[in-house]
Design a protein around this ligand. Structure first.
Ligand code: ADP
Length: 297
């Protein structure tokens, strides 16, 4: 069951155009929505989650017209927003039980079974009786996912879930998402390229409210293969390189800037070809969008 987003636009009352004619087809599996802060990711997530209306466009999920049948979509949706509050004095088990009631799981036996299964799945069973005020960031996020998974949703939306997690917690969280994403649509919004590389079958890059790339990570890399060149340069020469070349990234290696340049053929002597990675793809597309924006002004 695909999620089909067609020509969605949104301008906020303050005049910010957060989404500009966004169209995406999102199949079953993990889908990464990658973009810098302010790109429009949350605006799009909230629109799909039926929490705000777009000015234009349509969204369908299988046969369902999402914007016309919000209540039905909500019964199929698990949404983990960027920020969510949990009562710090309550235990995870109690919180999950409350949310299960809200989701309409009224049979207490059934509720107990699903709460227990979700605590196991998110690896919180051993701390189920502890108050969540003492939980680490990763544990809170896993509880958030457990809440989102109540009632067997067909569509899961997680908004920047890995921001602020340490590498171990991040890995554990991503593995959990990966398991969930085998059978249903999972949209992962993130500004972290590795989140997408490790996990997403398909992804889109969004910048300034525009979808600037959509495809698989492999397709994205193949399209730029052989066109990324690198060179170690002096810091003082950086402005000159920016002027003469399409520099897509500068990485410091052992304290020295190594620039990565996009060019169809070797830009000038001293550059060497390098393997394209997903970060190149990201900066290539996000940078291109920023440049277009500048030209338009
Ligand atoms: P992201 O999630 O990618 O960081 P957002 O969707 O939060 O992006 O924001 C996109 C743009 O819309 C930003 O310029 C942001 O400041 C603006 N924006 C977001 N929400 C609102 C709102 N409720 N009112 C006005 N502007 C908003």
């Amino acid at each position: 069951m695909d999620l089909l987003i067609q020509n969605i636009s949104k301008t906020y009352p303050n005049g910010v155009r957060a989404l500009n004619n966004v169209s995406l087809t999102i199949p079953v599996g993990m889908f990464g929505l990658l973009g810098p802060n302010g790109a429009g990711k949350s605006s799009l997530m909230r629109t799909i989650a039926t929490l705000q209306n777009p000015d234009e466009g349509s969204i369908s999920f299988g046969e369902l017209n999402v914007l016309a049948e919000k209540e039905r979509l909500r019964t199929m949706l698990g949404y983990l927003p960027q920020e969510f509050g949990l009562y710090p004095n309550l235990a995870a088990e109690t919180i999950l039980d409350h949310f299960a009631v809200l989701k309409g799981i009224t049979n207490s036996k059934e509720r107990k079974a699903s709460v227990e299964a979700l605590l196991q799945q998110t690896n919180l069973y051993h701390v189920r009786k502890k108050s969540v005020g003492g939980y680490s960031g990763g544990m809170k996020q896993r509880l958030g996912i457990a809440i989102a998974l109540l009632g067997n949703p067909k569509l899961i939306i997680v908004d920047e879930p890995t921001a602020g997690l340490d590498p171990t917690e991040r890995n554990r969280f991503l593995n959990l998402l990966g398991e969930i994403g085998e059978n249903i649509v999972v949209i992962l919004s993130t500004h972290i390229v590795e989140d997408v590389r490790e996990l997403c079958r398909n992804f889109a890059v969004i910048a300034n409210g525009n979808v600037v790339f959509t495809g698989t990570p492999e397709e994205a890399i193949t399209a730029l293969q052989g066109k990324i060149w690198k060179k170690t340069v002096e810091k003082t020469a950086l402005p000159e390189y920016h002027k003469n070349h399409r520099v897509i990234a500068t990485r410091l290696i052992a304290g020295k800037p190594v620039i990565r340049v996009f060019a169809e053929t070797e830009p000038e002597s001293g550059f060497e070809p390098t393997e394209t990675d997903l970060e190149d793809v990201y900066f290539y597309h996000v940078g291109a969008s920023a440049a277009e924006e500048k030209e338009a002004v």
